[in-house]
Design a protein around this ligand. Structure first.
Ligand SMILES: C[S@@+](CC[C@H](N)C(=O)[O-])C[C@H]1O[C@@H](n2cnc3c(N)ncnc32)[C@H](O)[C@@H]1O
Length: 224
């Protein structure tokens, strides 16, 4: 998969994406990250990417021309995504859908945000990573890239399968334990040490259902 990122801060990439599983995905070529500097699509002496908002108010707004030019120069055909707190919330269903494309194009906003004509006439989707406001779209882009790239075939090792994870089947995952069998007086549930696979499977299913009911009943409401 090829992921292109349009940003005012290319030096932020790959950043944390270079570590661990995502780093392996990048190093192996299964995921290609192309980081594009928004200023490279300006044509004035000051390489200006922002301007004051029409109607007044604090802060600056990213101009439409460099963003339109950058997106129109791309080779890929996959969705163009604007990271914005006003977008649809990123969830595992959306991550799976994004991971099914050969390429993605991510636009990172800054300052007060991006001229509305970008959202209205250029991008395919607007995506938010949560109901809070960050200073820029780079961290949201990294969150999206991390979540998507671990679903690209071959990025996770076979022992790290994404099957049965939280949000699969609208459930949170069951709890995990490792050695020691007892830690500071807290034992590992007996059933997990029994070696009885059917019992373990039953226990895990019940635990997943119970903790979803307790912690995230909203997930159960969205089964369908
Ligand atoms: C300070 S924010 C602009 C917020 C905008 N004035 C508003 O109230 O909707 C600057 C940029 O950070 C990014 N950003 C901030 N929070 C985000 C979130 N929760 N999800 C995705 N992107 C976000 C967007 O790219 C946004 O254009």
């Amino acid at each position: 998969m090829i992921i292109e990122v349009l940003t005012l801060f290319p030096e932020m990439f790959p950043g944390p994406l270079a570590a661990g599983v995502t780093g392996r995905g990048l190093a192996s070529g299964l995921v290609t990250l192309r980081v594009l500097n928004l200023r490279d699509y300006t044509h004035d002496r000051h390489r200006q990417v922002d301007d004051v908002p029409y109607g007044g108010g604090a802060g600056m707004v990213l101009k439409p021309e460099p963003i339109f030019e950058a997106v129109r120069a791309r080779a890929g055909k996959g969705p163009v995504i604007l990271l914005t707190p006003q977008g649809e919330l990123l969830n595992q269903r959306l991550v799976r859908e994004l991971a099914s494309h050969d390429d993605l194009y991510l636009i990172c906003g800054r300052y007060e945000g991006v001229d509305e004509r970008v959202a209205a006439h250029l991008v395919d989707r607007e995506i938010s990573i949560g109901d809070y406001v960050l200073t820029g779209g780079e961290l949201p882009a990294m969150v999206l890239i991390d979540a998507v790239s671990r679903l690209v075939a071959g990025v996770l090792g076979s022992e790290e399968s994404p099957k049965d994870e939280s949000f699969d089947q609208h459930l949170l995952e069951y709890p995990h334990y490792t050695r020691p069998a007892e830690f500071e007086g807290h034992p590992v549930p007996e059933v997990l040490r029994s070696g009885h696979h059917a019992e373990i499977e039953r226990w895990r299913r019940a635990q997943a259902a119970e903790r979803t009911r307790r912690r995230r009943p909203d997930l159960l409401d969205h089964r369908g």
